[in-house]
Ligand binder design. Structure first.
Ligand code: AMP
Ligand code: ZN
Length: 494
């Protein structure tokens, strides 16, 4: 059950103590949802209390944009999308800020650009590098949109924050936490006594266990790169240490600080990033901004695996989200499959899971046709608020479906990013085609009515489309665009 606190007087707003309560007018009482999250840093499940309930802030490490995202990369996107939706539900959509970066400084991006240049592509190497990042970001957006994920509030690109990275590195040198040697700047790991707290290892264990690069310019093998020189044929930026580029870890520290401040609520990513990436982010941020606490809760998703091994580009055991979409596996089905396992457990993709998800979703879509969503079911909310127990939430959706409670099923599905009205894949092919053709025909009829100055008719057609959940946006030059909203109901197209 969601914890209920029925005496409004018992509430404390503001810093720390309890999450902001939401008012459900139909219950005539405050209902408080206690969020519980497993924090990797404390290794315990803790009640979540934001620093500022009016500005709940989350940072998630995003992709390096050198190629299509594989299915493993989609797992954190979906997991943190559920958390984002939950936070918006509890604290109000306008009170949640979610930043997820694009790493667009990377040797693999450069390599593709260079290969294209050598193959005779027009433009400078810099243009071709930018083009490769743009192209990959557009694919990423298309693929993640297809999985029903909301775009974060901020999607910073590393190349747009080089100034902030340089300033942060400068500050770390001034404070004695970093040093310059042979045009490199390195972080002095031994200067930060809490190093290793996140992954629970001592520096000496890490040196023994990790393949750390020993380089002549390092004081200590554990020290990691904040800035490195660029050769003339690589992208580079002027800095106090010569022309060069940032190390990967400093990118996230600088962008998180710029967008979310010294202290923010949640930092997320896959658990393959705990060491060294997140350990290094913590060291950099806490040493540069000792007055802040950096991230207060650390959340990590487990890996999507293939036969017991992490799906990864480097192992070559991957397929992309686009591969699945191209095989006519709907994004909604992929999302359902990923939500069926708790984020803290490893999981496999199987065709059997996909078939079962498709058949369940098909039934659910039929059930919710023409239904208005009810208020969000408490049990579903409680499951998701309990450390994102999405399998528990889906089990409850099965119960709601079995009980024929279509309105509750629809609300709960939409809360999880499922059962959107624009999902048409489950309809018979003819019906899908019909709806699209019908929308097109109505838009054309309206255009003709406007051209004939029959504005009453044009307005009537707009109203009919709107009633069916299609909003018409007029564009310059007499063109109109049809926007399919969540309320789309093709049966009302007439
Ligand atoms: P990358 O572009 O490799 O830095 O990865 C982007 C995000 O995907 C990071 O949050 C990684 O932790 C995550 N990730 C990479 N591989 C997997 C996998 N097989 N399963 C789950 N998450 C993954
Ligand atoms: Zn990061």
């Amino acid at each position: 059950m969601v914890e209920l606190a029925l005496t409004p007087g018992a509430f404390q707003y503001g810093r720390g103590l309890v999450s902001r309560a939401r008012l459900y007018p139909h219950k005539e009482a405050f209902v408080m949802t206690t969020l519980r999250l497993r924090c990797s840093k404390s290794r315990t499940i803790k009640d979540f209390a934001p620093i500022d309930p009016n500005n709940v802030r989350m940072y998630v490490c995003g992709p390096t944009v050198y190629d299509r995202a594989h299915l493993g990369n989609a797992r954190p996107v979906i997991v943190f999308d559920v958390l984002y939706r939950l936070l918006r539900h509890v604290y109000g959509a306008e009170n949640v800020t979610y930043a997820r970066n694009f790493t667009d400084v990377d040797d693999r991006i450069n390599a593709t650009a260079l290969a294209r240049k050598e193959a005779g592509a027009p433009g400078t190497l810099e243009d071709l590098i930018a083009e490769r990042s743009e192209e990959t970001i557009a694919w990423y957006h298309a693929d993640m949109d297809a999985l029903g994920t909301l775009r974060p509030t901020h999607e910073p690109r590393a190349t747009a924050f080089i100034g902030q990275m340089i300033a942060m590195i400068d500050d770390l040198i001034a404070k004695g936490h970093a040093y310059e040697k042979e045009s490199h700047v390195l972080f002095r790991v031994r200067s930060y006594s809490n190093y290793g707290k996140l992954s629970g290892r001592s520096v000496d264990d890490m040196i023994a266990g990790a393949r750390v690069e020993v380089a002549p310019f390092k004081e200590d093998p554990m020290d990691f790169v904040l800035w490195k020189p660029s050769t003339d044929d690589l992208p580079g930026w002027d800095s106090p240490w010569g022309r060069g580029r940032p190390g990967w870890h400093i990118e996230c520290s600088a962008m998180a600080h710029e967008l979310l401040g010294d202290s923010f609520d949640i930092h997320g990513g896959g658990n393959d990033l705990i060491f060294p990436h997140h350990e290094n982010e913590i060291a950099q941020s806490c040493c540069a901004h000792p007055e802040g606490r950096f991230a207060r809760y650390w959340l990590h998703n487990e890996m999507l695996q293939v036969e017991g091994k992490k799906m990864s580009k480097s192992l070559g055991n991957f397929f992309t989200v686009r591969d699945l979409l191209n095989r006519d596996i709907p994004g909604e089905v992929i999302r359902f499959v990923l939500l069926s396992t708790h984020y803290g457990k490893p999981m496999d993709w199987t065709e059997k899971k996909a078939q079962e998800a498709a058949s369940t979703l098909h039934k659910w879509h039929e059930l919710v046709q023409g239904v208005e969503p009810a208020a969000l079911d408490d049990t579903v909310l409680t499951h998701v608020a309990n450390d994102l127990n999405t399998p528990g939430a889906l089990a409850r959706l099965h119960e709601l479906a079995k009980a024929g409670d279509a309105a509750a099923l629809l609300a709960a599905g939409q809360f999880l990013g499922l059962l959107g009205a624009d999902e048409t894949w489950w309809r018979p092919k003819e019906a899908r085609g019909d709806a699209a053709l019908r929308v097109e025909a109505l838009i054309e009829a309206r255009r003709q009515a406007k051209a004939a100055r029959d504005f009453a008719e044009a307005d009537a057609i707009r109203a009919q489309l709107s009633a069916a959940g299609v909003e018409v946006v007029d564009k310059p030059g007499g063109l109109s665009e049809a926007v399919i909203t969540d309320a789309f109901n093709p049966d009302l197209l007439g």
